[in-house]
Design a protein around this ligand. Structure first.
Ligand SMILES: [Zn+2]
Length: 112
């Protein structure tokens, strides 16, 4: 991989929070309008919105193995089920590196 990566700055966190807030606002706002007669439409909105958020997040982030410096992407399911935490260097996921098979707390990087 020859793309550039860097640690996410403050604007990335703000953007993530804004996206999630917009999603929450659309879901709760449309619930009043759609739920009585169009709950199927509302359910689709929830699913599509969540899908878009997850897809955006996956496309915007990569993970770097602290053991061998291998940079890799993770799937939605891995992202969802991996234990998350926040350390002094920012948030991490407990991931198994596909290169060295080492399970470690892996920091999030953003794509340039
Ligand atoms: Zn590794």
């Amino acid at each position: 991989m020859d793309k550039k990566y860097s640690k996410p700055g403050r604007e990335e966190w703000v953007r993530s929070i804004v996206y999630i807030l917009i999603y929450a606002a659309v879901i709760s706002g449309s619930a009043f309008v759609l739920l009585p007669g169009y709950w199927v439409v509302w359910g689709l909105l929830v699913l599509v919105g969540a899908g878009l958020l997850v897809d955006w997040h996956r496309g915007a982030t990569v993970y770097k193995c602290p053991n061998c410096d291998h940079v890799y992407e993770i799937s939605f399911l891995t992202d969802f089920f991996a234990p998350h935490g926040v350390g002094k260097d920012g948030p991490w996921l407990l991931l198994r590196c596909p290169e060295c098979k080492q399970r470690s707390r892996t920091g999030v990087l953003k794509r340039e």
